[in-house]
Design a protein around this ligand. Structure first.
Ligand SMILES: O=C[C@H](O)[C@H](O)[C@H](O)COP(=O)(O)O
Length: 276
């Protein structure tokens, strides 16, 4: 009998289903995300490797220190993102990675996602952006219509430590800032008129979380996010912001483990409508 909790079982089911569908023997370069759900993806990759079902030359691109450890522990070959070459130099999109499988903190109807609950979103976004396909895996708690509906820990924003308090104050003034810029309709973009940015503190270490890249994390509470593209752009425009944990319009599929033990796969709602 399984000793996993319902949530862990849901993560595992989603991870196994997504890996089985997407990591076929023809996949040569795989992006490996970060977080607790990706641990199960690595477990499945190891099984497939032992069954001889992976490409013999498979290269795995890590998205964090943890992710690299998972790749190493599964006996897979890690590759550096910058050492890869574009699969099709004539393409308008840069796709050196065939597919990336990654977790998420929350996913909306269009598969916009909040990521960075584990502070890995800078490298995750770099890898996702170089991938032909980004596939998200998560348990049922992350399955939302609108970002901010279930995830109440704010948007993870990686910032330069040299001016984190200045950046925090500017992030808390996103609304007047966007009005001054006159480029984004902030009033429609997110719920709160007065966002709150909190420095993420470490657990079992005094002081702030320091990312794999030597930066700090501010968790920015904006309430519900109605326009993820605008929110991502607006936060990114604050000097000192290294990366924002809103991944808008990047994922093509999201796999969720459900409470009843089943697995659901979603594509962006607008794509579903086109097919109807
Ligand atoms: O920084 C961490 C990553 O974005 C994770 O993929 C995300 O936080 C989801 O993690 P988990 O699978 O542990 O819920």
């Amino acid at each position: 009998m399984s000793t996993l909790s319902l949530v862990e079982q849901a993560k595992r089911s989603a991870a196994f289903a997504a890996v089985d569908k997407h990591v076929t023997p023809s996949v040569r370069v795989l992006g490996v995300g970060s977080g607790s759900t990706v641990v199960y993806a690595a477990e499945r990759l190891l099984e497939l490797k032992n069954e001889g079902k992976l490409h013999p030359e498979l290269q795995c691109v890590p998205t964090s220190f943890q992710s690299k450890q998972l790749i190493n522990e599964a006996g897979l070959r890690a590759a550096d993102l910058d050492d890869l070459v574009d699969a099709d130099p004539s393409s308008t999109t840069y796709t050196a990675i065939d597919v990336t499988i990654d977790g998420a903190d929350e996913v909306d109807a269009e598969l916009n996602a909040i990521k960075g609950g584990g502070g890995a979103h800078l490298r995750e976004k770099l890898v996702a952006n170089a991938s032909a396909k980004l596939v998200l895996i998560a348990d049922y708690r992350k399955n939302s219509q609108v970002l901010g509906q279930n995830w109440d820990k704010g948007i993870p924003v990686e910032v330069s430590p040299i001016a984190w308090q200045t950046i925090k104050r500017q992030l808390e003034r996103l609304v007047p800032r966007s009005r001054a810029l006159g480029v984004l309709a902030t009033s429609d973009a997110f719920e709160l008129n007065h966002p709150v940015a909190t420095l993420r503190n470490a657990v079992r270490k005094a002081g702030p979380v320091v990312t794999d890249n030597g930066n700090f994390i501010l968790d920015v509470h904006v309430g519900r996010i109605h326009d993820p593209v605008a929110v991502e752009q607006l936060i990114k425009m604050v000097p000192g912001v290294v990366e924002v944990g809103v991944f808008s319009r990047m994922a093509c599929e999201a796999w969720f483990g459900n409470e009843d033990g089943s697995v659901s796969m979603r594509i962006p709602q607008s794509e579903t409508k086109k097919k109807d």
